[in-house]
Design a protein around this ligand. Structure first.
Ligand SMILES: [Zn+2]
Length: 332
């Protein structure tokens, strides 16, 4: 498959090929008319998103019921935006999207928000094996004020990351206190927590880690609520730096902070969860970003449509311990 200089696959270079790409994902076994169940359809070259049933005449929009619902933007704009957000190692701010796509700032911002919301797989599995659990604070940006790290407020973020044994190629719990050498990072989960009580962390762990897993945590904290379900292996971060005891969560947190400041000049509290999801999405797919571009679009096609109003009116901060579940698109 050839690519343009920008890296976007050729087959999504115009409206017709974008529509064909979406069509395959929406109707993997071919077009099905939502009115009569018929499978024969025609499309006009001038309106490639619209399918007309040859049996009953009903017109079905390819993007109805998706994140792209009623969007006036060309599909190529959506595809470009999904591509840069999924494949650029640091993602894209609205300002950068605005420049890249030649759209207004508001359009770029909304596009970013909508795509970011399809960067969570609703069917993702819980973390398992050996899992580091930790928390950090990241500064957030308030209002439209220019971001000043010193004056900013803080968002509390809980993180969990799988510790993978490099040699065994799988997660291998050892005796308590054992050193995990030669490891690599597995999957990551992040969420905003309202406070750093044991209760908040416990809710985060339950929502993200499979019971039976071994939890490696900062030894100063106790999580009595988890004792029956998980194997807890606390490590005291004393003279040893946190990056020795909890290397992978420490690394993920520092990447997160650098990204939040570098790409977004600080996250906004209101949308912090969506940004964390974006970061996690890219982190967990860092070795196969070009495939993840298709994932963003594939998932986007199964999202409930969200309007500008839905997104800006959302209450902040989110008090969620559970990852959001996208509503599955059903054929009407
Ligand atoms: Zn029909």
């Amino acid at each position: 498959m050839g690519t343009h200089p920008g890296g976007v696959p050729e087959r999504i270079s115009d409206e017709v090929s974008c529509a064909a790409f979406l069509c395959v994902r929406r109707w993997p076994d071919g077009f099905v008319c939502p009115a009569c169940g018929g499978s024969r359809s025609v499309t006009l070259k001038s309106r490639p998103r619209l399918f007309e049933c040859l049996d009953c005449g009903r017109q079905t929009s390819l993007t109805a019921g998706t994140a792209m619902h009623r969007s006036k933007l060309p599909l190529t704009t959506w595809f470009w935006a999904a591509h840069v957000m999924a494949t650029h190692s640091n993602g894209m701010s609205a300002r950068q999207l605005e420049d890249q796509l030649g759209v207004t700032y508001k359009t770029a911002w909304l596009l970013g928000q909508k795509l970011r919301r399809s960067m969570v797989d609703p069917d993702r599995d819980l973390l398992e094996g050996v899992v580091e659990v930790d928390q950090t604070e990241i500064p957030f940006r308030a209002g439209n004020a220019f971001f000043e790290p010193g004056a900013a407020g803080k968002i509390l973020v809980a993180g969990a990351v799988e510790v993978i044994d490099r040699s065994a190629g799988r997660r291998k719990p050892r005796r308590k206190g054992a050193k995990y050498l030669d490891t690599r990072s597995g999957r990551l989960r992040l969420a905003v927590i309202t406070d750093n009580t044991a209760k908040s962390i416990e809710a985060f762990v339950r929502a993200n880690v499979k019971p039976g897993a071994t939890l490696i945590t900062d030894g100063h904290a106790a999580y009595p609520g988890l004792s029956g379900e998980y194997r807890h292996d606390p490590r005291v971060v004393g003279n040893m730096a946190a990056n020795v005891v909890l290397p992978w969560s420490h690394r993920a947190f520092s990447l997160l902070k650098r990204w939040a400041l570098g790409t977004y000049h600080g996250l906004r509290r209101k949308h912090a969860d969506a940004y964390l999801d974006e970061f996690v999405f890219r982190y967990n797919r860092r070795f196969y970003r070009h495939v993840s571009f298709e994932t963003v679009l594939g998932l986007a096609a199964h999202r409930t449509p969200e309007t500008y109003r839905d997104i800006v009116n959302r209450d902040a901060p989110h008090k969620r311990a559970n990852p959001p579940r996208a509503t599955t698109y059903r054929r009407p």
